[in-house]
Design a protein around this ligand. Structure first.
Ligand code: PXP
Length: 248
């Protein structure tokens, strides 16, 4: 057990269920239900459920949020853009946590981190209102000291580092990106901010990220839902959990 306060002995797994909704929406009916996947994920060892309500509702919809809030016993982390519409929805549902992400209409997924530094004025009131409602605010940012500095000024208790670049490069580029994430996690923790990470994580690339001692949570979605086709949802989550635990 680590004695340094900045090190997190336990690494939580947040399972993102957006792509269960993507499959449902492909046919327009009710099946498969995201809440059923969320309840199964909790049984398989997820510490929390993550869902991204996008402006275009391409996966999770407003009624999913209502059902998730009613039925889940584990924390819900709502990913959302910094818009007035999403603020109103978050304040109405009061999820455990809200992760503020950048959102571009044309993107296939969240392609980069939030420019917390550039959006400082807009985010100040936004973060303040969420915090006043006792919602744990997280900012989805690049592992960049400038963005961490902005998170400190904004009073965000949590940052989530975008691991998409790490997931897509190889060799020395991956090593360099891993170091950038590890350094960012250490800097955040030193400043009292809880660091999380996510995006593009798989069985093959999760171990070095899970080994970063300051990280407290990983949020993983697309790979787990895809792998569920082969291993079942329970099996894919349990295997990810094991890999994360072994890395600690
Ligand atoms: N964390 C955040 C903030 C995200 O926006 C996403 C994707 O929605 C994830 C984690 C999960 O990424 P992936 O689906 O690639 O595992």
């Amino acid at each position: 057990m680590n004695t340094d306060n900045h090190l997190q002995p336990d690494l939580r797994l947040g399972v993102n269920i957006d792509h269960v909704a993507t499959i449902r929406n492909a046919r327009g009916g009710d099946h498969p239900e995201p809440v059923r996947a969320a309840l199964m994920a909790a049984k398989a060892g997820a510490d929390g459920i993550t869902a991204h309500l996008r402006e275009d509702r391409r996966h999770i919809r407003d009624d999913d949020l209502t059902v998730l809030m009613d039925e889940l016993d584990i924390p819900l982390n709502l990913e959302m853009a910094a818009t007035d519409e999403m603020l109103e929805i978050a304040l109405r549902h009061k999820p455990h946590a809200a992760c503020i992400v950048p959102e571009n209409r044309e993107e296939r997924t969240t392609e980069g981190g939030l420019d917390a530094a550039g959006l400082h004025n807009r985010l100040t009131d936004f973060v303040g209102q969420l915090r006043n409602a006792n919602i744990r605010v997280s900012l989805f940012i690049e592992p960049d000291p400038r963005q961490i500095e902005a998170a400190i000024h904004l009073g965000a208790p949590v940052v989530e580092f975008h691991t998409g670049h790490y997931a897509h490069v190889t060799g020395s580029e991956r090593e360099a990106e891993l170091k950038r994430i590890a350094d960012a996690a250490a800097l955040a923790a030193k400043n009292g901010i809880e660091p999380h990470a996510g995006h593009g994580l798989t069985f093959d690339n999760v171990t070095p990220i899970a080994a970063i001692p300051q990280l407290a949570e990983l949020n993983i979605g697309h790979f787990l839902i895809g792998e569920a086709i082969f291993e079942g949802l329970d099996g894919s989550i349990r295997k990810m959990r094991e890999l994360m635990d072994e890395a600690r």
